[in-house]
Design a protein around this ligand. Sequence first.
Ligand SMILES: [Zn+2]
Length: 270
Amino acid sequence: MPELPEVETIVQALRSCLIGLVPIKVICHKEKILRTPDLLPKALGYPIKDISRKGKLILLWTPPYVWLIHLKMSGQLWWQPQHKPLPPHTHLIVSFAETDKQLRYADLRQFGYWQIVPEGKLSQVPFLQKLGPDALSVTPKLLQDRLRKRKTAIKSVLLNQECLAGLGNIYSDEALWLAQIHPLIPASTLSSTQIERLAWAIKKALIRGIKLGGTSIRDYLHPDGRKGLYQNYRLVYRREGLSCLRCGMPIKRIKVAGRSSYFCPMCQKV
Ligand SMILES: [Zn+2]
């Protein structure tokens, strides 16, 4: 599943191609992908002013409307000329007034979605109302507030988008390894030193991910089809049995909240 660094990489790439363009036509082959088909005719014809991100959600600003795009498990955005064959599992195609290039949305597992919202009603979107602060903006104080009342394992709290938006399985493991915190420690019991370290580690892990263009292990690609590079520079994620990069102990894997979690039993003691 694309996490904050993958979505941020996509947003940066889309900004350089889409800003100023006017979407004039949308073809959608899968009803459930476009959640607001009734708003579509009204929302076409306005130039794209900005593209931003909140957690893992992409926001395409065409005032007076905002297009929300969530890639979920396997959504991919492609920026391709019309004559190129469609990528497999393409469900939605946006054409523009000024170019023959198209924004194409492919999604093998079809959990992702597009939603058009009038700008003034953005704050009423339930998903956005529940979403926690963006993980890239984390500070020790903010993290302390978010973790204080949560008694579950820190790993599952970090995965909870209502607590902090943007982290998934990869970068939460990386952050916990950097901060030397065991994934099963109850969030509310972390000391203020640990919280300070974790806030630093979350930012560090995410910024490394963005600099390397994200992680391409399964479906994630840049809009031009290139792969991210982070998979070659992982600190702990999917390194079970390999030596810890800090102390040399073999990395272990356990299940937390149904997800595989990788950690060093020496550096990340309970
Ligand atoms: Zn270690």
